[in-house]
Write a protein of this length. Structure first.
Length: 374
């Protein structure tokens, strides 16, 4: 089978460029790998499914995981990567209840428990991300780790939808918003923020987003899902921006905050929240050791944090992905055309280096970057 892998460069490859991840230099390439063994008649595969991946995409956690795998030498000199995908069911085990060959599927990232299937024991199925090797063209999954893609949805869309959508639907659900609430979304260029703005707009919730990317401002404004405020780095005193200060004055502060990058925004946004407000986050900017050098706003400040949380009775929630109800709602909205994926670019065989660079290193990327197997 074909795989897209990242490997440590030895400086001898015939590549026009390579990429530095922390203290290692890597290249991304197309590789031929052995097919996984899958016997549909084997009782060990009773509830398992063989999927031919049609397209995949990545998140920054994938870059960090690839780095640590290559440093550890666990996968030798190369490593598949990626956690989002779409593909076609090729074969199924004897007891599979929810899927048939030919179905188009994506991952079901349900966490903290896997999806429940009537009559199927899922006690031993690990919750969360189904694979960290979505760049392999063939893969075996338990049926509880897959979600059927609605008819008519393109494979590129499906390969970039489920993880962020399931996460955002869970975050917004847990904020328990009312129609009169106002919500702040941070890191406006991030894919989590782009999904959150769509969902909040669908719910008719007043939304403001902040971004440190000047080039993203007109793109975000064109989408029309939120009021956009450009802030400078380091992100610190957000009340110094007149537009944010005016919103806080007029609304008594934001009722909710959706923050993809807690290590950058948590402390500053507390000044913008109303008493009893609810803050929720799903990640951090600094997932690699040296990334912290590029984020001078990231620091300690636990005393400041505690003072602000306690004085305003603010609820600070962490969120890891979502539950099956969240992906089901997201897929229903996708099928109806009320939710979608902003695709930055699509790459195919021969474009592995372009795909990798655009995904992780191009600062003007806006939306998801897809790799599509032909």
């Amino acid at each position: 089978m074909r795989c897209v892998t990242v490997s440590i460069s030895d400086g001898k490859e015939d590549h026009k460029r390579s990429f530095a991840i922390e203290d290692i230099t890597v290249v991304c390439r197309h590789t031929e790998c052995p097919d996984p063994v899958f016997d549909p008649n084997d009782r060990r595969n009773e509830h398992h499914v063989l999927v031919r991946v049609r397209a995949f995409s990545c998140n920054y956690r994938d870059l960090a995981m690839a780095y640590y795998l290559l440093k550890s030498g666990e996968n030798g000199v190369r490593s598949p990567f990626g956690s989002e995908f779409s593909g076609e069911v090729v074969a199924i085990g004897l007891g599979v209840k929810t899927l048939t060959p030919g179905d188009i599927v994506t991952g079901d990232y349900s966490y903290p428990s896997p999806r429940s299937i009537q009559g199927v024991d899922t006690m031993d199925v690990l919750p969360g991300v189904p694979t960290n090797k979505a760049s392999c063209q063939l893969a075996v999954f338990h049926e509880a780790k897959l979600c059927k893609v609605p008819t008519g949805v393109r494979v590129e869309t499906a390969a970039a939808f489920a993880l962020n959508a399931q996460t955002v639907y869970a975050m917004v659900r847990r904020l328990s918003l009312s129609p009169d609430d106002s919500v702040l979304v941070t890191a406006g260029r991030s894919n989590v923020a782009l999904f959150a703005m769509q969902l909040l707009s669908l719910m008719k919730i007043r939304t403001v987003t902040v971004t440190t990317s000047p080039s993203s401002v007109p793109k975000l404004q064109e989408m029309g899902h939120a009021q956009v405020v450009l802030v400078e780095r380091p992100v610190d005193n957000l009340l110094s921006y007149p537009v944010l200060r005016r919103i806080v004055r007029d609304t008594n502060g934001f009722a909710g905050v959706v923050d993809p990058l807690s290590d950058v925004y948590l402390l500053p946004v507390l000044d913008l929240m109303r008493a009893g407000g609810r803050y929720i986050t799903c990640g951090a900017a600094c997932q690699l050791p040296r990334v912290r050098e590029n984020h001078p706003e990231v620091s300690g400040g636990m005393t400041r944090l505690h003072d602000r949380i306690l004085s305003k009775n603010i609820s600070v929630m962490g969120n890891c992905i979502g539950e099956s109800e969240d992906i089901d709602r997201a897929m229903a909205d996708l099928s109806e055309g009320s939710m979608g994926v902003l695709v930055d670019s699509t790459h195919e065989q021969g474009g592995e280096m372009d795909f990798f660079e655009r995904t992780f290193f191009d600062t003007d990327r806006f939306g998801k970057v897809i790799y599509k197997f032909d």
